[in-house]
Design a protein around this ligand. Structure first.
Ligand code: ADP
Ligand code: MG
Length: 261
């Protein structure tokens, strides 16, 4: 049975996609069977995993509309296999933006991904779902399908405020739609310890959320930002980079911790 994690934060640019692709690669590298699901119509996680979003035959859109299964639509990119960390990708592109409207009025519309994942659960150890920067029907499909939420965040002034909205949403989904869902942890992204404010916010996070703050910290590292233009996660593009090593440490922490909240 796969452990299913949603990588979510309604803010854009906090590092959700970077976290999803690098975690997928790091987990695959240490021998875990991984499926990455891209739920963002921007398709950044798809491209960042070496899949051309414009050339896909089937995508997560077809899965949500129930015209394809995940087994049919997911691919393991050659590029990832060659780099020694083959993980499966259920890709997304702009077509996905239409799914929201097309699903209006459909039955079980927020459970489409959950139902589809149930058929492949035995094939993977980890499923990682990259969410769009919103609390839309797409994100809701992610939250309904997952057992755990990983929240990447930057240690900035308004970060704590945004977290309250997200934890509220998680609570509501837990109460009404998915009793298995729990907040697993907060991941400090693009961290720079030399910036006093970041250190202060990090201390506040620890004070408020205690053990829910992951030990691993991902530093600001330009190699992680460069990697997507080569269609590879940073962890594979430059394994020696500080950011890559931090993601490997994070993957190990997650394997040890599992779904314990
Ligand atoms: P989101 O998916 O939340 O919108 P992204 O993962 O796309 O965020 O990250 C936003 C931008 O920040 C991207 O250009 C990405 O390359 C860059 N970025 C993310 N994490 C880091 C990091 N640790 N160091 C440097 N740049 C980063
Ligand atoms: Mg993204």
């Amino acid at each position: 049975m796969a452990q299913i994690f949603c990588i979510a934060n309604q803010k854009g640019g906090v590092g959700k996609t970077t976290t999803t692709v690098n975690l997928a690669a790091a987990l695959a590298h240490i021998g875990q069977r991984v499926l990455l699901v891209d739920l963002d119509p921007q398709g950044n996680a798809t491209m960042g995993s070496g899949v051309d979003k414009r050339a896909m035959e089937l995508s997560v859109y077809d899965v949500l509309l129930e015209s394809a299964s995940i087994a049919e639509a997911a691919v393991v990119p050659d590029k990832l296999k060659e780099a020694g960390a083959g993980y499966a990708v259920l890709g997304a592109n702009r077509e996905l933006a239409g799914a929201e409207v097309e699903l209006v009025g459909e039955e079980r519309r927020e459970r489409r991904l959950k139902d589809a994942l149930a058929q492949v659960s035995a094939d993977y150890d980890f499923v990682l779902i990259d969410c769009p920067p919103s609390l839309s029907m797409l994100t809701l499909n992610g939250l309904c399908a997952a057992q755990g939420v990983i929240v990447p965040m930057q240690c900035e002034y308004f970060a704590l405020e945004g977290l309250a909205d997200l934890t509220n949403t998680i609570r509501q989904v837990h109460a009404n739609l998915n009793r298995d869902l729990r907040l697993i942890g907060l991941l400090r992204m693009m961290f720079d310890a030399r910036i006093t404010l970041q250190q202060q916010v990090s201390d506040q996070l620890k004070a408020h959320y205690g053990d829910k703050v992951f030990d691993a910290i991902i530093p600001r590292n330009v190699r992680l930002a460069e990697a997507p233009s080569y269609g590879l996660p940073g962890v594979l593009f430059d394994p020696a980079a500080k950011g890559s090593k931090a993601f490997v440490a994070f993957a190990e922490e997650l394997v040890a911790r599992g779904l314990r909240a």
